[in-house]
Design a protein around this ligand. Structure first.
Ligand code: MN
Length: 130
């Protein structure tokens, strides 16, 4: 556990995103707000990372190669060890059906790309109580 200057434990976020530019932007944004980032490039990698080091929150792109975000979310939420980790779904589609699909997979919150950065930071702060 890493501690910040106030001696508080730094919250860790697992970002699952296959697009390098989005990975860079979200990582930059969240680190600037004092969070520690773990990054996975697809659902398979995310599931493997959870086994070794569970984060405080998961930010999951839904459109991913290999194991997509819907399937990864279903597996995470079916696992007693990980189901209580807050999970925010990110999707490129703004259609209502995608939100329903993401919620059916078990995501706790839902954000549409392009990401409203202030909204994302507020949401994460609320879920992590930071
Ligand atoms: Mn994607």
């Amino acid at each position: 556990v890493t501690h910040n200057r106030e001696g508080l434990a730094v919250k860790r976020i697992l970002l699952v995103e296959d697009n390098p530019q989005n990975r860079y932007l979200v990582t930059y944004l969240l680190e600037r707000h004092g969070y520690e980032l773990q990054v996975a490039e697809d659902g398979e990698q995310a599931l493997a990372m959870l086994e070794t080091d569970a984060p405080d929150l998961i930010l999951m792109d839904m459109q991913l190669p290999r194991i997509d975000g819907y399937e990864a979310t279903r597996r995470i939420k079916a696992d007693e060890r990980f189901r209580r980790i807050p999970l925010i779904a990110l999707t490129a589609h703004s259609m209502r059906g995608d939100e329903t699909r993401a919620r059916d997979a078990g995501c706790d919150e839902f954000i549409t790309k392009p990401v409203d950065t202030d909204g994302l930071i507020d949401l994460i702060a609320r879920l992590l109580d930071t």
